[in-house]
Design a protein around this ligand. Structure first.
Ligand code: SF4
Length: 736
C-alpha cells in the first residue's frame, strides 16, 4: 500500500521495552522502563521524562550485562533533537525551517537535474552503522538499484571494511565464524589491535569473569602500543610499534612452523596457498619479527608456546588491525594462523572481528558498502547484479557494474567538483574522517549537502544545506545485528519528536516521489525487512527464516537462519561442519569456488607515514570507555562527562622531556595536515615514540575541541579502502 504520510510507527505505551543497545557492536540486550509520568498519545510529542535502561537478562548475547553507555542511554534521548527540516542555500546563512513537502521537492529537483545533466555518478550517500537494517536496505535499493549509482558507502568503511575484505579474501565470504560462547571455551585469547575493556566492555567483563574463575585455564595476550585497561588484565602484553602487527603475526607463524604447530592434514584438505605462506613465514624468524615490533623475542616465543599448547585459540580484533594501510593483509595474517593450525570452526577457536557500531554487521548484510549488494553480494559480480535486478523488477544492466565511491573517494570526488549531492545519514564524518581540513574544503565544493540526523548542532550540520530530522533508535521499528551474527528486533517505544521520521520512511517516500511508486510502497518496517531477508536465501548470511513477527515472539536469533529453521536453531559457528552454509554442496567447507580457504603471503609493509626527522613521533587515536564516537549522545550524560571531562594527550616521559613538556601543560601537536592543541598527560603506559589522543572531541565541543583526526592522513588499505587512522607522524612542542 502506498504511504504518503510520514510512515511513523505508532509507538505503544509499554510497561518495559526490549531492544539491542544502540552503541557498540557487542549488541547487548537492554530493558527500558518508561518515566513514571508517561502517557503517550499517538501522533503527539513524547512526554518529557527519562527512560531508564538496564541489562536484559533474556538477551543471549549479554545475559543482563551492560556498560555505562548502555545504562545511561535513556538520558540521551531528548537532548538537542532536530524536529523539523531545515534549509539554507549557502552555508554562511542561518537555517530556515521548511516543510517536508518543500524538502522532498528540493531533493527530487536536484536528483532529477543531476541525472539529466551529469548522470548518477554525481550522487552519493554516506550512511552509518547506526542505521537499522531497514534504513540501510532502502537507501541502497534506491541509490544502487533505481538511480544507477553505487556510491553508497558508510562509516563502516572507517571501522571494519578491512575485516570484511579479509574474511572474503581468506575464507571466501564475509561473516565472523565465531560466537560469544567461544570466550568461555578458548584456552588462549589473543586481543590484537583492540582495547576491548573500553570499546567492547561487556565482552571484556565476560573474559575477566572467566579469568577470575580459572586463572590458569585462560591465557590473555594483548597486542597494543599502549598499556590499557585491557592489557592490565593480560598474562602478556606485547607493546609493539604501531604498524608492526603483520610482522608479529609472521614471526608467530615462523615459530608455529618451527615447532610443529602446523596442521598439515587440515591445511592440505581445506586450504590453498600454503607453499607461498611457508616461504614468507620462514623469512620472519623470531628475532627479526621481535626487532621490527620492538619487543623481546622471548615474549613472542611465550605467545607461540601458549598457542601451541592451547586446545582452542580465539583471536579478537577491532580498529587497531582494521584501520591500517595493510588492514586486509593483517586480517589475512590472523586467518592464516588459525587456518594453518586448525584453530577454526570448533568451539573456543577462530578469527573473530569485533564490530564497532551496533548494526555494522547488518549494514554489511544489506550491501551497505560501495562494493556490496544485499545478501553478501558483490557489485562487480554480473550474476549478483542480475539476481538483484530480477528481484527488484529492474531491467538488465540497471545496476552499474563498477563499485561505487568509498568514503574517502567521495571526499576526493567533491574536491574535484564531481558530486552534485552528498547525503550523510546518521553519522558525523566532520569529526570521524581523517584530514579534516581537507574534508571541509572538499565538502564546501558540493552544491547540495544533505544531512538526515536525529541530533542538532553536529559538526556535519555546519557544512549542510538541507537537514532532515530523523527518528532514532527507540522511535522506529527495525532490526540490528551484532558481532556474533545475532539479530535483534528493536521496536519503537517512544514517539519521534516533532516531525522527525525514520530513515527508511524518508528513502521510501523519496523513491515514490521519484516515480518508483510500486517499488517503494511499504506499510511498515516489517515489510521492508521481509523483502530484504528473502534476498539472503541460499547465501552465507541466509536470514530468510526471520521476520519481525518471529523476532518479536521468540527474541534474538543468530544467522544462518534459513526458511523453516525453528526458533533458536540458528547456527552459532560457521565452517564447523562439512557445509559452509545451508544448501552448500557436501564437503564444501568454505564458501569459495574451490570450497577451500586461501592462505595469503602478504609481506609486512609498516606504516604508510612512518616517523622521520621532521615528524619523529607516531600519533595513534582511540576511544575512552564512557564516550561514543563524536559525543552527539554521550556528551549529554553528566556522569560520563564528569568521568571524562576533557581530551588528554598521552606522552611517554622520554618524549615529554625531549619536547620540554610538563604534565598538564598544553602542547601543540603538528602533522603534515595541520596542528591542534591538547593537554599533556605524561604516562609510562604509552610506548616511547608514540602519543595517543581520543577522537571524540570535535569542533562543536567549543573550548574542549581537540580534533585528533584533523592530523591523520587518508592513505589506506588498497583492498579495503579503510584509512590508516591508527598512525600518523607528528611533532610536539609546548604552546607558547
Ligand atoms: S558493551 Fe556496547 S552494546 Fe553493550 S551496553 Fe556497552 S555500549 Fe552497549
Amino acid at each position: 500500500m502506498a504511504q504518503d504520510s510520514p510512515g511513523l510507527p505508532a509507538a505503544p505505551a509499554p510497561a518495559a521495552a526490549r531492544a539491542q543497545c544502540p552503541y557498540c557492536g557487542v549488541g547487548c540486550g537492554l530493558e527500558l522502563k518508561p518515566p513514571d509520568n508517561l502517557a503517550p498519545v499517538p501522533g503527539e510529542a513524547a512526554p518529557d521524562g527519562q527512560w531508564t535502561a538496564r541489562g536484559d537478562r533474556h538477551h543471549p548475547s549479554s545475559l543482563g550485562q551492560v556498560c555505562v553507555k548502555g545504562a545511561t542511554v535513556g538520558e540521551t534521548l531528548h537532548h538537542n533533537r532536530l524536529t523539523t527540516p531545515l534549509w539554507r542555500a549557502c552555508t554562511d546563512q542561518p537555517f530556515t525551517p521548511i516543510s517536508w513537502e518543500r524538502a522532498f521537492s528540493l531533493l527530487v529537483q536536484r536528483i532529477q537535474a543531476t541525472l539529466a545533466t551529469r548522470g548518477p555518478q554525481a550522487l552519493a550517500i554516506y550512511g552509518s552503522g547506526q542505521m537499522l537494517c531497514e534504513d540501510y536496505y532502502l537507501a541502497n535499493k534506491l541509490l544502487k538499484g533505481f538511480l544507477g549509482s553505487n556510491n553508497f558507502d558508510s562509516n563502516s568503511r572507517l571501522c571494519m571494511s578491512s575485516a570484511v575484505a579479509g574474511y572474503q579474501r581468506s575464507l571466501g565470504s564475509d561473516g565472523p565464524p565465531c560466537c560469544y560462547d567461544d570466550l568461555d571455551l578458548a584456552d588462549l585469547v589473543l586481543l590484537i589491535g583492540t582495547n576491548t575493556a573500553e570499546c567492547h566492555p561487556v565482552l571484556f567483563q565476560r573474559l575477566l569473569k572467566r579469568k577470575r574463575k580459572q586463572p590458569d585455564g585462560l591465557r590473555l595476550v594483548v597486542v597494543d602500543p599502549r598499556a590499557t585497561a585491557t592489557s592490565d588484565a593480560a598474562d602478556l602484553h606485547l607493546a609493539i610499534r604501531p604498524g608492526s602487527d603483520l610482522a608479529l603475526l609472521c614471526g608467530l607463524g615462523h615459530l608455529l612452523l618451527e615447532r610443529g604447530g602446523v596442521g598439515h592434514a587440515f591445511v592440505a584438505a581445506h586450504t590453498e596457498g600454503f607453499d607461498e605462506l611457508e616461504t614468507l613465514w620462514r623469512a620472519w624468524d623470531c628475532e627479526r619479527a621481535a626487532a621490527v615490533c620492538g619487543i623481546a623475542a622471548a615474549d613472542l616465543r611465550q605467545l607461540a608456546e601458549w598457542w601451541l599448547g592451547a586446545a582452542g585459540v580465539l583471536s579478537l580484533w577491532s580498529m587497531g588491525v582494521n584501520q591500517s594501510r595493510e588492514g586486509t593483509a593483517t586480517v589475512a595474517g590472523i586467518c592464516n594462523l588459525h587456518l594453518a593450525s586448525g584453530q577454526i570452526g570448533k568451539p573456543g577457536a577462530g578469527p573473530f572481528s569485533l564490530t564497532g557500531q551496533p548494526n555494522a554487521m547488518g549494514g554489511r548484510e544489506v550491501g551497505g558498502l560501495a562494493q556490496l549488494l544485499p545478501g553478501y553480494r558483490a557489485v562487480a559480480d554480473p550474476e549478483h547484479r542480475a539476481e538483484l535486478e530480477r528481484q527488484w523488477g529492474l531491467g538488465p544492466g540497471s545496476i552499474a557494474p563498477q563499485p561505487g565511491l568509498a568514503a574517502w573517494q567521495q571526499i576526493e570526488a567533491m574536491e574535484c567538483g564531481e558530486l552534485d549531492l552528498w547525503w550523510v545519514a546518521a553519522t558525523n564524518p566532520l569529526v570521524s574522517l581523517p584530514s579534516l581540513d581537507r574534508v571541509r574544503a572538499a565538502v564546501a565544493r558540493c552544491p547540495l549537502v544533505v544531512l538526515s540526523e536525529p541530533y542538532a548542532g553536529t559538526e556535519t550540520e555546519a557544512v549542510a544545506h538541507l537537514v532532515l530530522p530523523a527518528a532514532q533508535w527507540s522511535e522506529k521499528d527495525g532490526v540490528m545485528v551484532n558481532s556474533e551474527r545475532r539479530v535483534t528486533l528493536c521496536c519503537a517505544f517512544r514517539q519521534p519528536p516533532g516531525e522527525a521520521r525514520p530513515d527508511w520512511a524518508i528513502f521510501a517516500e523519496l523513491g515514490r516521489r521519484l516515480g518508483f511508486t510500486e517499488q517503494f510502497s511499504y506499510g511498515s518496517a516489517a515489510e521492508v525487512y521481509t523483502e530484504f531477508v528473502a534476498l539472503t536465501a541460499g547465501r552465507v548470511c541466509d536470514s530468510s527464516g526471520l521476520s519481525h513477527a518471529l523476532l518479536a515472539e521468540h527474541g534474538p536469533q543468530q544467522w544462518p537462519f534459513p526458511a523453516g529453521t525453528a526458533p533458536g536453531g540458528g547456527q552459532a559457528r560457521l565452517y564447523g561442519g562439512v557445509e559452509s552454509f545451508p544448501g552448500a554442496p557436501p564437503g564444501h567447507r568454505f564458501p569459495s569456488p574451490s570450497g577451500k580457504a586461501r592462505l595469503w603471503a602478504d609481506p609486512p609493509l609498516g606504516l604508510a607515514e612512518p616517523p622521520d626527522d621532521s615528524y619523529p613521533l607516531v600519533l595513534t587515536v582511540g576511544r575512552v570507555l564512557g564516550h561514543w564516537h563524536t559525543m552527539t549522545r554521550t556528551g549529554h550524560v553528566a556522569r560520563v562527562s564528569k568521568a571524562y571531562p576533557e581530551p588528554l594527550l598521552e606522552v611517554h616521559p622520554e618524549d615529554a622531556a625531549r619536547a620540554a613538556l610538563a604534565d598538564g601543560v598544553l602542547a601543540r601537536v603538528c602533522s603534515r595536515r595541520g596542528a591542534i592543541t591538547a593537554k599533556v598527560q605524561i604516562s609510562e603506559r604509552i610506548r616511547a615514540g608514540t602519543v595517543f589522543l581520543p577522537m571524540h572531541w570535535g569542533a562543536a565541543q567549543g573550548e574542549l575541541a581537540c580534533e585528533a583526526n584533523k592530523l591523520m592522513h587518508e592513505l589506506g588499505c588498497p583492498i579495503s579502502r579503510q584509512p590508516e587512522l591508527k598512525g600518523a607522524a607528528v611533532t610536539l612542542a609546548p604552546v607558547s
